[in-house]
Design a protein around this ligand. Sequence first.
Ligand code: 5MM
Length: 340
Amino acid sequence: MISTQQLSATIEAIAVPGKGILAADESTSTITKRFQSINVESTEENRRIYRSLLCTTPNIQDYINGVILYEETLGQKTDQGQLIPLTLEKNHIVPGIKVDKGLVDFQNSTEEKVTQGLDDLDARMNAYKQQHARFAKWRVVFSISSSLPTQAVINANAESLAKYAAICQKNGIVPIVEPEVLMEGSHTLLRCHEVTSAVLKTVFETLPKHGVILDYIILKPNMVVPGKECADQRNPEAIATATLDVLKTYVPAAVPTINFLSGGQSAVDATINLNAINSQGKQPWLLSYSYGRALQDPCLKAWKGNLENINAAQKELFKRAKLNSLASLGKYNVSMENEG
Ligand code: 5MM
């Protein structure tokens, strides 16, 4: 039996117009790659300094009301000696936790992946709650080629998302449901539309079969975009139209908020496209952001692992959060990139 009181309170705290989620839940191997790009060693202490920097950015709560953390960060403290999730809570930002355990090959394929971590998930939930997490995240990924993804991998990933979401809700934790169609490849916008449709169709057929209540989930999908190597990159309006077409066809209105991933779009492109999506009239759900790279990249580059750069890095994060907040309201203009 699901007690909806906690789920409802968390959704009310997160599904707020003009606010979005920061994805700061890179696994150790992913954050190590990010740090390598700025020549910083990925030690536990450097990861603590960096995640503290993100979570203590002055006034970030004006635009960010949820942060997805990695398990390690739940137990780390700011320089002031306060646990990072508690610092977030104090600033009216809801702490969340990545609960999947990463990707493994699907059956005999090396090209298709499924997500692992279900086995001990129910048992882990209680510990995450004790550590102040009120929502969770589980990501599945799909590569596009002329023959992929197969319906078999779509079914397998939809099943894991649904089982995860049901376990979260049973424990009073709001699940972020993240089915990501990857941007790698030369596929067209139309092909991404086709694959994203197939994925969301299956996901929303599967969630109710496992008793997941759609009113208490956050959907974190990709935007419908052409592959990175596609010659025809299309304009933001075409991306917005294609994205909304898929969402309106497959995502029930009961879902309160859709928070897009950035998926490798540049920071500015992710803002421009979010604004275009929110410039096409009122939709049944909020349409906001849960970006990782598109919020963090300029901040990471400004930080460079140097304590003296912390203020400059926080200013970069604040700027991206503010501009994406405006984009989530359809009030962004690219000329704002050069202001302030
Ligand atoms: C922040 O990165 C998240 C964790 O990634 P790994 O499991 O690969 O370490 C990731 O799930 C992220 O939340 C999504 O990919 C969305 O981030 P982007 O950068 O695409 O907005």
